[in-house]
Design a protein around this ligand. Structure first.
Ligand code: SAH
Length: 219
C-alpha cells in the first residue's frame, strides 16, 4: 500500500490504535500488531469507507454492524489466542474480526448465518491472499461439530443464553468469549481448566446484534 490513500489510511490506523485502544488500557503487542496489519477500511462498505477508523460500530448491510475497534481489541485480548490454537468464530459479518484472528492463529473456523456476508468475505480474503480460514454458512449456535473441539471460541452476536453445544465444543483449557442477553447484554468469558471444569466471568456491558437461531438466510 505505497500510494497516498494507503498511507492516509495507515496513519488513521495508527491513530485508532493509539487513541481508541492503547489509551484505554493494556493490550499485548501481538494484538496491537494485528490491528496495525489489518486494513479495516477493506471491511467497511465503500460509501462509508472514510469512517472506517472511527470510534464506533458501522453498518455493513442487512441491519448488521462491524463492531467498534475497541470492542474487537478487548475481545481479542481476553481470548489470548496463540498460533497453534484452533479458533471458532460465530458471526463472520464483515470479516474484520476474522482477519484479526488470522494474524494470531493458523487455524480459524468462521460460521455465518447470512450467506451473502460469508460469500463476500471469502471473495475479499481471496483478493487479500489470506489463507488458513475455513468458512461455513449455518447457524453457529450449534458450533462446528466436525471440527470440534476448539481451543478458543468467539461469538459476535448475542443469544439470550449460552448455547450448550458451544460449551461442549470447547476444549480442555479452552476459553470462550460471548455476549449474552436481550435488551441488556453483558460480555462473558467462559473458561475450562485442564479437567474441563467450567468457570464464567462477567466482563462488561455491551451491545451486539441478536443471535439468530434456526433460520438460515440465503441470497
Ligand atoms: N464480527 C463481526 C460482527 C458482525 S455482527 C464484525 O465485526 O463484522 C454479527 C454477525 O453475526 C452478523 O453477520 C450476523 O449475521 C451473524 N449471526 C447472527 N446470528 C448468527 C448465528 N446463529 N450463527 C452465525 N452467525 C450469526
Amino acid at each position: 500500500m505505497g500510494n497516498e490513500l494507503g498511507d492516509l489510511f495507515y496513519s488513521q490506523r495508527m491513530k485508532m490504535v493509539e487513541d481508541q485502544i492503547l489509551k484505554r488500557g493494556a493490550v499485548s503487542s501481538k494484538v496491537v500488531k494485528a490491528f496495525l496489519n489489518v486494513p479495516r477500511h477493506y471491511f467497511v462498505p465503500s460509501d462509508i469507507r472514510k469512517m472506517a477508523y472511527e470510534d464506533s460500530p458501522l453498518p455493513i448491510g442487512l441491519d448488521q454492524t462491524i463492531s467498534q475497534p475497541y470492542i474487537v481489541a478487548l475481545m481479542t485480548e481476553f481470548l489470548e489466542v496463540k498460533k497453534n490454537h484452533k479458533v471458532l468464530e460465530v458471526g463472520t459479518g464483515s470479516g474484520y474480526q476474522t482477519a484479526i484472528l488470522n494474524e494470531l492463529s493458523k487455524s480459524i473456523y468462521s460460521v455465518e448465518i447470512r450467506e451473502a456476508f460469508s460469500m463476500k468475505v471469502q471473495t475479499l480474503f481471496d483478493k487479500m491472499d489470506i489463507k488458513g480460514v475455513q468458512f461455513k454458512v449455518g447457524d453457529g449456535s450449534h458450533g462446528w461439530k466436525e471440527e470440534a473441539p476448539f481451543d478458543r471460541i468467539i461469538v459476535t452476536a448475542a443469544p439470550k443464553k449460552v448455547p450448550e453445544e458451544l460449551l461442549k465444543q470447547l476444549a480442555p483449557s479452552g476459553k470462550m468469549i460471548i455476549p449474552l442477553g436481550g435488551d441488556f447484554q453483558n460480555l462473558f468469558l467462559f473458561e475450562k481448566n485442564s479437567k474441563s471444569e467450567l468457570t464464567q466471568k462477567l466482563l462488561l456491558p455491551v451491545v451486539f446484534v441478536p443471535m439468530v437461531q434456526g433460520q438460515i438466510y440465503t441470497r
